[in-house]
Design a protein around this ligand. Structure first.
Ligand code: NAD
Length: 258
């Protein structure tokens, strides 16, 4: 791969928010590297982005994979960390393996991306981590995800302090409910989406492009004085309460089959 000052790396860029971000950064003139554990989807994304884009396999839970991905990319000027997943369940029943997987991808994965991004990013560059509304708002059945995302918010603040000397900016975006494959399952729980939207002042879920636009802004010089922040991007949902996810799931389990 060739290197230049205008390379952007989008980790978890093969789907949802990451994919939309890859498109937004390409439109802004970046040469985008799509890094994802889903190699096939990453390659398809890079083809769709056009001839300047490329893809690499990266598993954020594996330090050797993250290290190799950054070594192959050279010195990007923007990095957006989007890889994520969520394993849900009440704390009393949550299997350690599910807790661990969520923490491994969402929190340790963000740490590994930050660590190797910090080593490779050009001075003056920008690192953006996709956190979540759940980093500040608890949801029943979401202990692992909420804990991981709260950790991401603090990690971003520490990284912003440590990298400021090189004028590298580190910020987070905390989306609310955004229509992506990650949350497709919630539509199978009657009432859950409605409850979420009733607690969202602007009354709708977000589009991946709306998160991508903020990621592109943070990667641009327009955000040159912004570091260590978390941008709430959720239609105002942080102003109210998170739906009782477990309550809705329990109600579904008690509903007799039609
Ligand atoms: P998505 O499932 O559409 O995309 C996630 C991407 O991460 C996929 O391409 C997946 O292959 C990749 N990924 C998963 N594990 C990985 C690993 N170990 N290494 C590398 N890549 C890996 O989901 P999305 O909704 O676009 O989520 C993107 C980010 O936004 C996540 O961090 C998620 O927690 C966060 N987020 C999403 C929402 C939402 O409502 N969709 C809300 C708040 C925060």
């Amino acid at each position: 791969m060739t290197t230049n000052q205008h390379t952007a790396m989008v980790i978890g860029g093969a789907s949802g928010i990451g994919l939309a971000t890859a498109h937004a950064l390409t439109a802004d003139g970046f040469r985008v590297i799509v890094a994802d554990v889903n190699e096939v989807a990453a390659a398809e994304a890079a083809i769709a982005l056009g001839p300047t884009a490329a893809s690499i396999h990266m598993d954020v839970t594996d330090e050797a994979s993250v290290e190799a991905g950054f070594a192959a990319t050279g010195n990007p000027s923007a990095v957006v960390s989007c890889a994520g997943l969520s394993m849900t369940g009440p704390i009393t029943d949550l299997e350690l393996v599910h807790w661990q997987l969520t923490l491994d991808v969402c929190l340790t994965g963000t740490f590994l991306v930050l660590k190797h991004a910090a080593r490779h990013i050009a001075d003056g560059g920008s690192i953006t981590c996709i956190a979540s509304l759940n980093g500040r708002q608890p949801g029943t059945g979401m202990a692992a995800y909420c804990s991981a995302k709260a950790g991401v918010l603090m990690l971003v603040e520490v990284a912003a302090l440590e990298l400021a000397q090189r004028q590298v900016r580190v910020n987070a975006i905390s989306p609310g409910l955004v229509d992506t494959p990650l949350v497709a399952g919630i539509s199978f729980v009657p009432g859950l989406t409605e409850d979420y939207l009733a607690n969202t002042p602007l009354g709708r879920s977000g589009r991946p492009e709306e998160i991508a636009d903020m990621a592109a802004f943070l990667a641009s010089d327009k955000a040159a004085w912004m570091t260590g922040t978390a941008v709430d991007l959720n239609g105002g949902a942080h102003l109210r309460r998170y739906p009782d996810v477990l309550g809705h799931v329990r109600a579904l389990m008690q509903t007799p089959p039609a």
